[in-house]
Design a protein around this ligand. Structure first.
Ligand code: COA
Length: 385
């Protein structure tokens, strides 16, 4: 079947021994590959680029490539978020999404081969930050010949990357981009202490699992129990009391069971649900990557740096969307951030800063599951773009 929108999937080498990638830690990566996908056609003046940044354990496959293609993490064409004729219309926009540095979905990370040893980096991979991820992403776009971005958008860690795009990078100030608007969804300028704590406990679960082996576990092995526990903890933070009530409430796993059976196995449907989510995750994600990515988001803090946002002369708008049941990135924090940015703007600025909170009974995952409000918000943002 002929695809309705052009699609390209590829990788780019963005660092070599002659041009290593500097990291915030002071270290360098001499070999960096970034995996990316694009949808739609680049306009002759290259002014229709829309960069989507993915969330913590996502990948570059945000959207399917053909009517019968594999669903992306933001759904399928018929969901109406992204694709031909959708809110993010791939007939209008040249959409690009790249896999973050440190991930295990095609870009360089702990599962890549360390050129100095010929073995997987595993825990020899250097500590990375969100700023390092964006630096690698900027190199990718430069390599692809794109320096104008009509829009950078993302949710959760993707929103953090989007905000990072608004700050200057002292390590590679020569990479200058002409950005028109930023769209930040269910995200913020830094993690709350609560979220930081959940990451810390999750990492302990991984690192205290004997099968972690200091991070040098064999291919195909690894700390399954620890990673599963870490994911279950993370998964709870993507939900909210109402969504939990609706999914399983306090029901017993066995629908015929009327009273406790007095053991430590699975009694409640919630326990079974979480184990299922944890198990599914261990089948698709590398434990060391999980450590590196959660560490990167821990370090992320651009609240002060964002007060310099007006320095992006081409930037017309910063749009921020929150959900009232999201306790990972609560709306009050986004409100505070936008107020702080607004307060710091010079008087004659034309930069529009807009914060909207949507009602949701889903929590943080609303950006993946509740389309109507999201679509209206995105339509409002993209109409003038
Ligand atoms: N015991 C075992 N499994 C159970 C269960 C129980 N009592 N009750 C439900 N399940 C299983 C279902 O069979 C289904 O399994 P499947 O996905 O393998 O088919 C799954 O749980 C349904 O999960 P649920 O969370 O209810 O689905 P949803 O439609 O509300 O959400 C996703 C779908 C993909 C968003 C969600 O499952 C998910 O993965 N969320 C995390 C996404 C994420 O990473 N967000 C953070 C970004 S930073």
């Amino acid at each position: 079947m002929i695809p309705l929108c052009p699609h390209e999937k590829g990788t780019r080498r963005v660092a070599t021994p002659d041009h290593p990638l500097p990291l915030d830690s002071g270290e360098f990566l001499e070999e960096v590959i970034i995996q990316y996908e694009t949808w739609g056609k680049l306009s002759p003046s290259k002014d229709n680029v829309l960069l989507i940044c993915h969330a913590l354990t996502g990948d570059a496959h945000v959207c399917q490539d053909a009517p019968d293609g594999i669903e992306g993490w933001w759904g399928q064409w018929e969901d109406g978020t992204i694709g031909p004729g959708c809110v993010i219309d791939t007939n209008r926009w040249f959409v690009i999404c790249s896999n973050v540095l440190g991930s295990c979905y095609g870009s360089t990370g702990p599962t890549s081969i360390n050129p100095h040893t010929g073995r997987m980096y595993q825990m020899d991979f250097p500590i990375i930050t969100v700023s390092d991820m964006v630096r690698a992403q900027k190199r990718l776009l430069y390599a692809l010949g794109m320096t104008q971005l009509a829009c950078v958008m993302g949710a959760s860690l993707g929103g953090c990357q989007t905000l990072q795009w608004a700050t200057s990078d002292p390590l590679e100030p020569e990479h200058v981009f002409d950005i028109k608007q930023l769209i930040v969804i269910a995200s913020g300028a830094r993690l709350s202490p609560m979220a930081l704590g959940l990451n810390a406990v999750g990492r302990q679960a991984v690192q205290l699992d004997p099968a972690w082996e200091g991070g040098y576990y064999p291919e195909g092995g690894g700390p399954e129990s620890g990673l599963s526990i870490a994911r279950q903890l993370g998964h709870l933070s993507f939900l909210c009391p109402l969504s939990l009530e609706r999914k399983t409430g306090r029901r017993f796993q066995n629908p015929l069971q009327a009273k406790p059976q007095y053991h430590f196995g699975i009694e409640f449907a919630l326990e079974s649900y979480l184990v299922h989510q944890g198990r599914k995750f261990t089948q698709r994600f590398d434990a060391n990557s999980y450590l590196y990515l959660t560490r990167a988001i821990d370090y992320f803090d651009v609240e002060d740096a964002l007060c310099d946002i007006h320095r992006l002369a081409s930037l017309k708008a910063l749009h921020v969307l929150s959900y009232d049941s999201d306790w990972l990135f609560p709306p009050e924090e986004s409100h505070h951030l936008c107020a702080k940015v607004l307060h710091s703007l010079p008087e004659n600025t034309h930069l529009q800063v807009r914060h909207q909170t949507l009602h949701s009974s889903i929590g943080h995952d609303a950006f993946l599951l509740e389309r109507d409000g999201l679509h209206q918000f995105l339509r409002d943002c993209l109409i003038d773009a």
